[in-house]
Design a protein around this ligand. Sequence first.
Ligand SMILES: [Zn+2]
Length: 174
Amino acid sequence: MDELDIRSFWRRGDKAFTDDFFSVDVRKLAREYCLRPNSEAFILAGSVTVDLEWRQCHLGGYRVYFCCPRCLGRCCILYRFPKGEMPSDQYGCKKCLNLAHPVENEGESERAFRRFKRAYERRGSEDSSQPEGKPLWMRWPTWRRLTDQFLATIEGRLEYDEKMTERLRRLYKS
Ligand SMILES: [Zn+2]
């Protein structure tokens, strides 16, 4: 099987895609369709073929990404653009969405991401063999404080994603 140079295509039923669909997360897609590293592309609603990129994780296994059809960058979430544009332009990553439909607070996402990254680095990774993941050398109050800060930045990012979806909803309506 592996010697054959075939692209594995997966088709999603049309009924799964309604007009109130605004974004698609590659991680959810991969879970739902049991995608494997030999799946090189996925056909999204509107017959748009999007390439998949698989990258090996440090701890083994693979992580899957979309290859944004507009900028060819790696991303986890593709946003669906309002109709009336080229079929191949129907999807784009966060960056492309901001370029095509700029908003006043464009720096918000980047700031939220920087806050998230800083908090993540300060906290360090969890030790799965320890209760609540606390590394042995760290004191409990420090670990709890850093964890709270980290969780707050995740929320900040989620809020931003909701704003993006809200914006798309408005674009579709107009
Ligand atoms: Zn893009």
